[in-house]
Design a protein around this ligand. Structure first.
Ligand code: F6R
Length: 615
């Protein structure tokens, strides 16, 4: 979603801020802007569309600024008001001396705006953010102290914000503040940074301080001061950031998405290491802080997540119920929030999120926590807001995921669920020794099977080319692979903009079959030896009878399949229960190659953001 970087220091301010914004670009945005403290003036530049437009604009106008000493930059993903120059950040007060960039949503902005208009403020945009600029400027006019002005103003804001503020008359400081939106301070030598996310600053420093809600930071090039809303100074621990700047490089791949798909075998190995190394030993999931007695008694789990993480959660439900016999409910966070749930102190609530910043999931987790539930978070960002709400935390260790479409974080989440389900089964003694051994043995083999798929993608590329002109797709599967069908369809939709829907194969005949004809390809996920193979095969035949073109995703070697299916995407032999870790990979690749073939912006699809920090 939106991204912020503020910089005060010895480097070239413009290029440092532009690089920081470039490293946040993957989050998705529609406009960008920068404000510079230069020679006693605030100078603002904004452009619509990609960051390259802002870079070109700054290059064109570089004679307008002399030697900027500080600056703040922003990429915007429109919430209030359309993507336009006037709505792009930074926003200013009426006289233009104060500038602000903002992530989040101010819920009471309409009331504040009306009050400020009555006091004579001139609004130019439709954004909630502009209200913040006028509000702080009004406070500043009373105190002439930017830090105090920010402190007094944020007390009046309802909603979520991470803000960076500069004022013409306070040329040495940038003030940052946050509530319900992430913000960190990067600490350097003779330079300091404020940012909404780690990648913005990782090229420059690995030392950072995370701001908590209701904290205010005053940053100069040589100093950082953090206070609470009453002005009391807070000493905070300097943390070492868990990322390498190298992870932001495509490493020779055409797109981050392709790189990240190819990283999956290593991500799985990484994820298993230290947790599963001996098939005769219990999995080592010390991250789950519930004691054995509590786990033994546990009979209700709720998993909440959104999008791709929700599909991982659906696989989680299937395998926890199968392995450990514990009843599991899975729900989209955005639905959980608006329902009288039966969550109570005996419930284990699992939040799943790549980013750890998804607003719906954070709200749902907070709600569950209030009801006394124990909270387990499965996330790729142990440094996130969601992780801070956890009683137990399983980091999925996928490394930074830059492409908007989640791939490696999905397989990493799946692996975490397999480890959790086996751990629960071991505590509950619900599976016999030989089943556990077989499961663990096969889990360890999964990276090799994915490597086999990745080593030759010709058939997938061919299929992508042959099917790229279709406007609609149906993906079908049953059982543990139903989430695979949903996830495969989601991948295709989000990066190629082709309409694709996943269905439980058995549901096809209850309505969707009416849509089938030669214009609607059907992709079937079928694992021979599993309990659903024959049924999905016969559902595929029903589709063929309606003239649909068919694609099979299967480990079957049955030659007869080639008579029924127009394309067969082969995967290595795998047991049905573990197959979701494998079946998702050709579907990620199929979506990737279709989108690539159609010339779409694979890594940054339109209208999407990497982390969705608004409800
Ligand atoms: C799809 C995708 C989204 C996210 C969803 C949840 O490729 O990336 O559907 O899965 O926005 O995000 P997280 O997992 O960060 O909570």
């Amino acid at each position: 979603m939106c991204g912020i970087i503020g910089y005060a220091g010895y480097r070239d301010v413009v290029s440092t801020i532009l690089q920081g914004l470039t490293n946040l670009e993957y989050r998705g945005y529609d406009s960008a802007g920068i404000a510079l403290q230069d020679n006693g003036e605030i100078k603002i530049y904004k452009t619509l569309g990609k960051l390259v437009n802002l870079k070109n604009e700054l290059e064109k106008k570089k004679t307008e600024f002399e030697h900027p000493t500080m600056g703040i930059g922003h990429i915007r993903w429109a919430t209030h008001g359309s993507p336009s120059l006037v709505n792009a950040h930074p926003h200013t007060c009426t006289c233009g001396k104060l500038v602000v960039v903002h992530n989040g949503i101010i819920e009471n902005y309409k009331e504040l705006r009306e009050e400020l208009i009555n006091k004579g403020c001139k609004f130019r945009s439709q954004t909630d953010t502009e209200t913040i600029a006028h509000l702080i400027a009004e406070e500043y006019s009373k105190t002439k102290d930017l830090e105090a002005a920010v402190r007094n103003s944020v007390k009046k804001l309802q909603g979520a914000y991470a803000i960076c503020v500069m004022h013409k008359n306070a040329p040495d400081i940038i003030v940052g503040a946050r509530k319900h939106a992430p913000m960190l301070i990067g600490i350097g030598e003779g330079e300091n940074f404020i940012a909404s996310d780690t990648p913005a600053i990782i090229e420059y420093t690995k030392k950072a301080v995370y701001l908590d809600d209701n904290q205010i930071a005053v940053v100069t090039k040589n100093n950082v001061k953090i206070t609470d809303t009453n002005g009391n100074e807070i000493k905070k621990k300097i943390e070492i950031l868990p990322w390498e700047s190298m992870s932001l490089s495509k490493m020779g791949y055409k797109h981050f998405m392709l790189k990240e798909i190819n990283e999956q075998p290593d991500v799985i190995r990484n994820n298993l290491s230290g947790k599963l190394f001996d098939i005769d030993a219990p999995v080592n999931l010390k991250e789950v802080k519930l004691d054995k007695a509590a786990l033994k008694k546990l009979n209700k789990i709720e998993i909440i997540a959104c999008g791709t993480s929700l599909h991982a959660a659906m696989v989680g439900k299937y395998i926890i119920e199968d392995f450990a016999g514990i009843s599991v409910e899975v729900e989209a966070s955005s639905e959980y929030i608006y329902r009288k749930t039966t969550t109570d102190a005996s419930t284990l609530v699992v939040g799943v999120s790549q980013s750890g910043e998804t607003a719906d999931t954070i709200t749902a987790i907070k709600q569950a926590k209030k009801k006394g539930a124990k909270i387990l978070i499965i996330t790729n960002r142990p440094d996130s807001n969601m992780a801070r709400l956890a009683d137990s935390l399983i980091p999925v260790n996928a490394g930074i995921e830059v492409s908007v479409a989640a791939t490696k974080s999905y397989t990493a989440q799946l692996i975490s669920f397999y480890l959790l389900a086996i751990h629960l089964a071991e505590v509950k003694e619900s599976l016999d020794k030989s089943t556990l051994r077989n499961l663990k043995h096969e889990l360890i083999q999964l990276p090799y099977k994915i490597e086999e798929i990745l080593s030759d993608t010709t058939k997938i590329q061919e299929c992508a080319k042959n099917f790229s002109s279709y406007k609609n797709f149906i993906y079908i599967a049953r059982g543990v692979n139903l989430p695979t069908a949903l996830e495969g369809a989601l991948k295709l939709k989000e990066i190629s903009y082709i309409n694709a829907t996943g269905y439980a194969a058995g549901e096809l005949k209850h309505g969707p079959i009416a849509m089938l004809d030669e214009t609607m390809p059907v992709l079937s996920v079928m694992i021979p030896g599993g309990i659903t193979y024959e049924k999905v095969l016969s559902n595929s035949e029903e589709a063929k009878a309606r003239n649909a073109k068919l694609i099979a995703l299967t480990s079957s070697t049955d030659k007869a399949l080639y008579n029924l299916f127009d394309a067969v995407l082969k995967i290595p032999k795998v047991s049905e229960i573990l197959s979701p870790v494998i079946t998702c990979v050709p579907l990620q690749l199929l979506a990737y190659y279709i989108a690539e073939f159609l010339g779409k912006d694979v890594d940054q699809p339109r209208n999407l953001a990497k982390s969705v920090t608004v409800e």
